[in-house]
Design a protein around this ligand. Sequence first.
Ligand SMILES: C[S@@+](CC[C@H](N)C(=O)[O-])C[C@H]1O[C@@H](n2cnc3c(N)ncnc32)[C@H](O)[C@@H]1O
Length: 376
Amino acid sequence: MAGRTQAELYARIDSELSWSEAELPERERTKHVHRLHPYLGKYPPQLVEVLLRRRFGAGALIYDPFAGSGTTLVEATVLGMHAVGCDVSAFNCLLCEVKSSRPDVEAAEAELERALGLPPADGPATPWLERWYAPRALAELTGFRRALDGSAQRPVLSTVLSRAARSARRVPHFALDDAREPVLEPYWCHKHRRTCRPVEEAARFLRRYAADTVRRLREYAALRQEVDVAVLHADARDADLPDGIDGVVTSPPYPGLIDYHEQHRYAYELLGLEDRRGLELGSASAGTTRAAVAAYCDGIVEVLAHTRRHLAAGARVAIVVNDRRELYDDIARRAGLQLETRTARHVNRRTGRRAGEYFEEVLWLRPARSRAAAAR
Ligand SMILES: C[S@@+](CC[C@H](N)C(=O)[O-])C[C@H]1O[C@@H](n2cnc3c(N)ncnc32)[C@H](O)[C@@H]1O
């Protein structure tokens, strides 16, 4: 497929949505709860903030059908907007809940303290866990996990456990996102430029992330407005949505890029979360064959058409997407949405091994007026 040329995209750049690394450093992009847990594939909160401020006011009801790590929900709550988020991944819903609910920081701190005091324990472990963790690390994670039972702070404890579990896997430091095999011997580390050893323990990560989580929740608590948030663990094609949605701000998955369940496999294994990966749209494992891309388009059309039926009069939909296959004009039309504007933003500020520059587009849409569209 031809794709848009760089010149075309440059001509449509929205400079208010494009930041250099110096203008928007990682520290800012990961402020307060936005870095409660790593998540591959999120958009920066500052982008969401500008989009929300441009079109919606306090009290508006904002929906994100692909809520992911909850960036839209968090930004909406800070701006005094009510929010509904949907995601097919149970772990992502857990993150959304922890990040966008009003935190009880004192209770979270006390429960984390209690969990850190529990001794290492043997416990039921899956073959996957036994393969990816050293025995000591697994026992420390299992000991901490015991604190989850019956705790009112279970979501916060689970998030800290998962973040520590991510760091304590036997993966090379330079491949935290994409290691395929555990490392069992010392290895040459491209990140630290020296020989590193596979991780043996988890306790220091649990301690570090517990303290970091309390600090971040406290910061967020001071910013969060008194608004309502609902997180739906559902397929966005048929999620149980409220009526009267004033706005949608979302970044959909894209064909063949990321397996969202597999990305946090450790959390599913440790927390026993329900796996609905078969319902993920555009998963990496589904690939990018013609049939896979067609199925992806049908799925996104269903999500947007379903969403459209729950929009309030005058509602607007913002979609942030790297549409290099040029799928979204057709998707929008089929979903009964009419394109109002299509601008580009230049992304050149990624750090680490994923560094590189590319363009994303921001599509603003509204329900189409034609009767044929309304019937869909
Ligand atoms: C690009 S990510 C969204 C990231 C989000 N904007 C953020 O900042 O964290 C796309 C999300 O869509 C979710 N997803 C994929 N298929 C879905 C479906 N059928 N219904 C609901 N969510 C789905 C994935 O689990 C993933 O979290």
